[in-house]
Design a protein around this ligand. Sequence first.
Ligand code: UFG
Length: 332
Amino acid sequence: MKVLVVGGAGYIGSHMVNALSKKDCKVVVLDDLSGGHRDAVRNADLVVGSLAERERLDRLLGAHKFDAVMHFASFIEVGRSVRDPAAYYRNNLINTLNLLEAMMANGVRRFVFSSTAAIFGEPESSPIDEQHRKAPINPYGHSKLMVEQILSDYAKAYGLESVCLRYFNAAGADAQAGLGERHDPETHLIPLVLQTAAGRREAISIFGTDYDTPDGTCIRDYVHVMDLCDAHWLALQRLLSGTGSGRYNLGNGLGYSVQQVIDTARAVTSREIAVRHEPRRPGDPARLVADSTLARKELGWHPQRAELERIIADAWAWEQQRPLARLADLAA
Ligand code: UFG
């Protein structure tokens, strides 16, 4: 089987490329390296390029007979999407349309799309299942929901089958494979907490301690990146079997507060982690927890690494390799 992984040099994409190669898939990665890292691409051909280059996309898709495309290449910072929506709609929406059009033109009709819990906006109920009202509160969430809508219309009109996977809080790493989270700038809680434990930051800021939660800090559903890869593999099997399109929320159904994440990181690392209490970050819902019953039922997805200790331990193993990754970036 031959798969095009767009954004395969990024955090989740690079884990997926590695997972596909272990399943004996032939993988081609398309990545502009704006957020990805050349050395994170394992056992795959890397084509450095952007989805903005429609003719180049046609040549790439024309030169290979891809069985499916997986698309991980999007901007993900909620705050930046509010400050610069144009960049978000261009990259997350227009560039995705380019990709879909090139797929249609070249007869590729299976697509796995990285969507997000941000499509739901402020939750009306918890846990959040697929039926929950979709009302994004920032351009990032809107851009992802628009692509989901486009995919439903393309299925009806052109027979493009897609699976949209709505990640809750992706975390963890495959440190044994030398892969982990390498965003720059980093905005996500777990890597920032672990950078503090490693002495690379002075303190971790807690954004808000007055939420309506047991300890006053926000609750999130952290899901291991390798469990997300398992879901992508199952999504691909669903598309190959002709069962049709699907939309799934991916989380463990376990909510952990910011304070619990910090406490668990202290236990896992045996290090001091200094905290700074700061005001709420705009746009953060108090609680985001997934109901993934549908993914379990229809995809047969059973997360194997659901415990927060495991997620943080794996991210910590990666954090200790970070200096090596920095050297690789400098050499690239
Ligand atoms: N947080 C802190 N301090 C920090 C960083 C984060 O207290 O330094 C808090 C946030 O306020 C939030 C929680 O930790 O309550 C998790 O924050 P992250 O930034 O790690 O993740 P988000 O829940 O904001 O965002 C994630 C994805 C987004 C996606 C969103 C969907 O990273 O791409 O889930 O809800 F849009």
